[in-house]
Design a protein around this ligand. Sequence first.
Ligand SMILES: Cc1cc2nc3c(=O)[nH]c(=O)nc-3n(C[C@H](O)[C@H](O)[C@H](O)COP(=O)(O)OP(=O)(O)OC[C@H]3O[C@@H](n4cnc5c(N)ncnc54)[C@H](O)[C@@H]3O)c2cc1C
Length: 427
Amino acid sequence: MPATPPSLLTYYEASAQYPPEQPALHGQVRADVCVIGAGLAGLSAALQLAERGYRVAVLEGGRIASGASGRNGGQALPGVAASQHKLAQLVGAANARAIWDISVAGLDLMRRRVAKHQIDCHWVSGHLLAATRPRHLSELDQLQDELQGYGYRQLQRLDRAGISQLVASRRYLGALYDGQAFHLHPLRYALGLARACLQAGVVIYEGTRALDWHNTNDGPLVRTREGKLQCRQLLLAGNALLGHTAPPLARKLMSVGTYMIATEPLGEARARALITNNAAVADQNWIIDYFRRSADHRLLFGGRVSYGGLDPQAGSTATRRRMLRVFPQLAEVRIDYSWGGYLDITRNRAPHFGRLAPDVWFLQGFSGHGLALTGIAGQIVAEAIAGSTERFDVFARIPHRDFPGGRLLRRPALMLAMLWYRLRDLL
Ligand SMILES: Cc1cc2nc3c(=O)[nH]c(=O)nc-3n(C[C@H](O)[C@H](O)[C@H](O)COP(=O)(O)OP(=O)(O)OC[C@H]3O[C@@H](n4cnc5c(N)ncnc54)[C@H](O)[C@@H]3O)c2cc1C
């Protein structure tokens, strides 16, 4: 069966309704806060700031949620991409614990926003972290102990028989089920947040890339191709796509391409048989496979990474191959959609929040674990802009280093490091 995707749209684009296109910025305008980037981090901050009475303008180079926020795996998980153990090494046990608690509050915030703004985003509870190697099983036990020590009690450990009752694959040796985590249609969720922003008075300029900014007596002045935005506070939330707009931030990030595919609709019974409890599933390898059922009974599957830009055709073939390792029974199933997106990876996999100047804030580096964390990150940066920096500072304390090798050599250096981790996955 051919793996060629017949559609250039992502599955999410094909199954979401955009609000009316927002006009680009022309001429000079003013706002209290300018947010660069209408991904989940920027939209969340904009909404929170507007609710606090700020005049907010968002500059978005493409369409709303056209970056990772509208094309991701849809798994809303607590924690950050770095392990709690790693965080404790970086900022001490108390701060690591505080970060965990904030991330759990991020899940609640999503729940409240979905309810308050009536966002129809195909919400489903439950996530399975699944072991493919014997050493993963002891890692699951450690993780469960560690999180129960935090008072996080939504976890259930499954053995091989337990996981095989839930996931129709021979690949898994056990799993940890998290009943508080959930999955959803990320683009529908992001567009719902954008609608809430517009209703709260946020002005979003689509097709408006911020080129640069400089300080004036009035605060940062942001320049776009056909306009200028004078603001008092500036939030950089362009993440992996911000690039040359903020070189000091770009040095801390590696943008890595990654892929997803969506099968043809399988029919309810067949889809249900693949994952009987309808949880999202991810394995514990460095380069993870993750998958879930969609509301229209497809399998959505993601995981492969690429370091030299996105190649949707090669990505589709390789991702399908990975899907068939998990579910060989889908060999004759057609792939209807295939797409890629950029992950925003920091060296230590911890998120990178901070300030470039007293009135210039940034949120980036969610390292592939940003669906839930971006929301609460937007809330805490809004709090900080309003003068209460306590929760923001917990994150801003995390030390971050530039990727080594300068502009030319950092990608080969990362490829070598990833090759090592891939070998570790294989052995
Ligand atoms: C394929 C894939 C699967 C993933 N799966 C998961 C998952 O299952 N669970 C999870 O937790 N995380 C996942 N992630 C990660 C998660 O999607 C991201 O961490 C999160 O969406 C980051 O949100 P953001 O708002 O910071 O960035 P983005 O969503 O990338 O938004 C940044 C926006 O800023 C705009 N922009 C950038 N520079 C400028 C500029 N100069 N001027 C104007 N606009 C600009 C971009 O166009 C973009 O719209 C996945 C990511 C990918 C790519």
